[in-house]
Design a protein around this ligand. Structure first.
Ligand SMILES: [Zn+2]
Length: 178
């Protein structure tokens, strides 16, 4: 299967909505689920679907497809078919359509649950971890900048310095001693 370089390529989903003349409230799923959505749309249209859907999205690695109403006589088949697609989504890579399973790229601390095949998981895991490391680096830089500003102010303001020494410095992590 084709692996798209961009994780958030919105065009395949937009093209899907145009292809089936969907009246969509809002939403988006990634390219790997488009074949699944094509089969779903085909079957729902055959059941008399009016092509209206309030929202389509991914939640905890699963397709959420909120149609406002079922075509009268086909109610049970209609909702059942949507449920089948949701179950299928939990076994289908969101990026490339290969067999996948839900996981948390980036680890429990940083990641959100996505259904991915092993190679796409590895790719997403590496980029989530790099992003988390970058964020931590930025926070540390901000903290260092703030501390330097405080120290500079304290030089010309003894009261402020006393305040810092009593309330702030004891709580600084890894503070270098002066
Ligand atoms: Zn994949």
């Amino acid at each position: 299967m084709r692996r798209s370089g961009t994780t958030w390529d919105a065009e395949p989903f937009a093209a899907w909505a145009r292809r089936w003349e969907i009246v969509l409230g809002d939403g988006y799923v990634r390219p790997g689920w488009i074949p699944l959505l094509d089969r779903l749309a085909r079957d729902l249209v055959a059941l008399g679907w009016d092509r209206q859907v309030a929202q389509i999205k991914q939640k905890v690695g699963r397709l959420c497809f909120y149609a406002p109403r079922a075509p009268g006589p086909a109610g049970e088949a209609f909702w059942g078919r949507i449920e089948v697609a949701a179950r299928e989504s939990r076994r289908t890579c969101e990026l490339c359509s290969d067999p996948g399973r839900p996981g948390r790229p980036g680890g429990d601390e940083h990641g959100w649950i996505q259904t991915l095949c092993p190679p796409c998981f590895e790719m997403a895991d590496a980029s989530e971890r790099a992003r988390a490391a970058e964020l931590e680096r930025e926070l540390a830089e901000d903290e260092a900048r703030l501390q330097a500003e405080e120290d500079e102010l304290a030089k010309s303001d003894p009261e402020y310095r006393a305040y810092l020494e009593e309330f702030v410095y004891p709580h600084r992590l890894g503070r270098r001693s002066k």
